[in-house]
Design a protein around this ligand. Structure first.
Ligand SMILES: [Zn+2]
Length: 422
């Protein structure tokens, strides 16, 4: 295998991702540019708009698809409530909501036609129950109309449709394969201007643990409900430059009927090299001085060979599926992910991509997340050569995150379990 990191005589760093083979060059001198250029001055928040800033805000719950589940904080921990009727959405204040994505990647129709799949056995019963109240009926009609209009169906054609037509389309919201987990806050508590967004790193440690646990539970649910789902992709887009439609914290889960190019390649290698992730993950990072921090059950390091400067967080247990990790392991993974987001800051657009072992493969593949800083724009050079140019080499990224993390640890803003590397 090619050495993942090569330093050229002039200081250019050539990187090859040990898992994907992606080639990246860091050119000396380009890293001096500021990471993020502020787009505009912060605008004061209108108190009348509280909880109504976007369609993901709690004051606008009827603008999202019918809720699958929510997590509510209680005196003794977290309670998951499933399948609330439209009339009851306001009866508790959830910390996180799980909803079907209105604009899914693979539709209900795709799964039905390609695989004969019609959802979990209680799909129709849940739809029938949801529309048994006037508010439920109205909600379903509104959501189907919104979707048709957004797809470009002319307004007069939408108006001609009967409620039964809408109802037939609504089945997809009760058999989703693309889900969204939305966090409660749009802005941090006490925010006065619109730059004070609530991101993964501004959640409390306990909230972020629940965010991760709820994501794992939804991941499992998608595999369980759809036997044709071979992989479930989980990710978080933060900032419009990273593909997010709203500046409101959310994760997405998408079931697909293939493993995906990346997992197929990695599986072929993991079969030959069972310690693949350990060898080219934590061990290699330690050899190269790229480790950022660790918790007892996870390690974070500056990734090598990513299109954008990236932090990788690997859970230590290579064999467990995400939902087979015990509570302490989930906390260790979640706390480190939280700390890396806090060190990144909400002003940096990012993608958080999860990777895990597909249940159909008996191979050692630990749960891991990659936080990609979307601080550069791909251009013609990248398109023509498939060699990506970044402005921050892995060591510079590592130093930047470590410095910030030390302050956060000192301030008690991240979990006490996080040990920052020397
Ligand atoms: Zn919002």
């Amino acid at each position: 295998m090619t050495d993942p990191l090569t330093r050229m005589p002039d200081g250019t760093i050539k990187q090859v991702n040990p898992f994907t083979g992606t080639k990246v060059w860091t050119i000396p001198g380009r890293g001096a540019r500021p990471l993020v250029t502020r787009r505009r001055d912060p605008q004061p928040l209108d108190p009348a708009e509280h909880d109504r800033h976007c369609a993901f805000c709690w004051g606008r719950m009827l603008e999202t698809t019918p809720e699958i589940a929510r997590v509510v904080p209680t005196a003794t921990g977290w309670e998951q409530v499933r399948g609330l009727p439209a009339d009851d959405l306001g009866t508790s204040r959830p910390e996180f909501r799980l909803i079907p994505n209105l604009y899914e990647i693979l539709s209900y129709d795709y799964w039905r036609r390609a695989h004969g799949w019609r959802g979990a056995p209680d799909t129709s019963a849940r739809l029938t129950s949801y529309v048994s109240t006037p508010l439920g009926r109205e909600h379903i009609g509104d959501i189907v109309r919104t979707k048709l209009l957004a797809r470009g169906v002319p307004a007069d054609r939408v108006a001609e449709r009967s409620y039964e037509d809408h109802l037939a389309d609504a089945i997809e919201f009760f058999a989703p394969n693309h889900e969204v987990i939305v966090a409660r806050r749009h802005f941090v508590d006490g925010a006065t201007d619109d730059s004070q967004l609530a991101g993964s790193g501004t959640l409390s440690v306990a909230e972020h643990r629940e965010f991760v646990a709820f994501t794992i539970s939804a991941l499992r649910g998608l595999y369980e409900d759809n036997e044709f789902a071979r992989y479930v992709s989980a990710f978080q887009n933060w900032g419009d430059r990273a593909g997010a439609s709203f500046d409101h914290l959310h994760k997405q889960l998408v079931a697909i009927d293939e493993l995906g190019v990346q997992i197929e390649r990695e599986a072929a290698r993991a079969e030959q090299e069972p310690d693949l992730y350990e060898r080219w993950g934590a061990t290699y990072a330690a050899e190269q001085g790229l480790v950022i921090a660790s918790t007892p059950g996870a390690v974070a390091f500056a990734g090598v060979g990513h299109q954008y400067p990236s932090i990788e967080i690997h859970a230590g247990d290579p064999w467990s599926l995400p939902w087979e990790l015990d509570e302490a392991q989930v906390h260790d993974f979640a706390d480190l992910l939280h700390a890396c987001h806090a060190a990144t800051g909400v002003e940096v657009p990012s993608n958080e991509e999860w990777h895990h072992r597909p249940p159909s493969l008996a191979l050692p593949m630990p749960l891991r997340a990659v936080i990609k800083w979307r601080v550069s724009t791909l251009a013609g050079f990248e398109g023509g050569t498939k060699i990506y140019v970044t402005t921050l080499d892995p060591w510079a990224l590592r130093d930047r995150v470590v410095r910030r993390l030390r302050d956060l640890v000192e301030a008690g803003a991240v979990s006490a379990s996080v040990q920052v590397a020397d």
